[in-house]
Design a protein around this ligand. Sequence first.
Ligand code: URA
Length: 242
Amino acid sequence: MRLDRFLTRHRNDSCKEVARQLADGRVMIDGAVESCGIRRINRFTKVELDGEILQEKQAVYLMLHKPAGYLSATMDSQHPTVMELIDHPLRDELHLAGRLDRASTGLVLLTNDGRWSKLITEPQEEISKVYQVTTRDRILPETVMRFAEGIYFAYEDLTTRPALLEIVAEREASITLHEGRYHQVKRMFHAVGNQVLSLHRESIGPLLLNDTLPLGKFRSLSAEEISFFYHEDSNRTVRASK
Ligand code: URA
């Protein structure tokens, strides 16, 4: 929202009074004087008036290397959730930017910024997700074409978007999806008569889970990593770094 609107709403000051506060250099945004009322702020922008903090909220962005056995949920009465692995003061505010099955391992993102998580999870954003899969049976070469054409899911009455399947061994492959449907990888292999035995997510868009983050550990994302998803070419870095 606009800074001047925030100020009028926050303290019920008149537009005239807010204009005076801005003109007199009494308003600070993230530690710097701001005189422009049309400047846009969000719920994580620090706003001060006459030295009094009107709004200060920390945005949190984390990546977790999820082990098997943890549910991608904030609460569950039966199973441990990924939240139990997060030792952070703002843990209770966090939500997941995309789920991973309980038995699956790999990259999970958590945040308290709903706008950011939408950029990752909304299907139209087409953020790529790369999984390493091992299967029960040999992966047939024709499966590459089947996945590229899309697999029909009767339950949702839809065909999956083109997925890139790269066979790396008889029963091992890498699969890149641009959407995140319920149990999608497992259901796609099931549709071609095979079965997924293990599933590991190695990347989401440009964020790569590499060897530096041990299983069960999390870390904060850098400012650069957070901003990747605001770029139109937010899938580019993964391809470049593979
Ligand atoms: N596809 C699956 O089958 N499971 C996941 O956790 C993610 C994608």
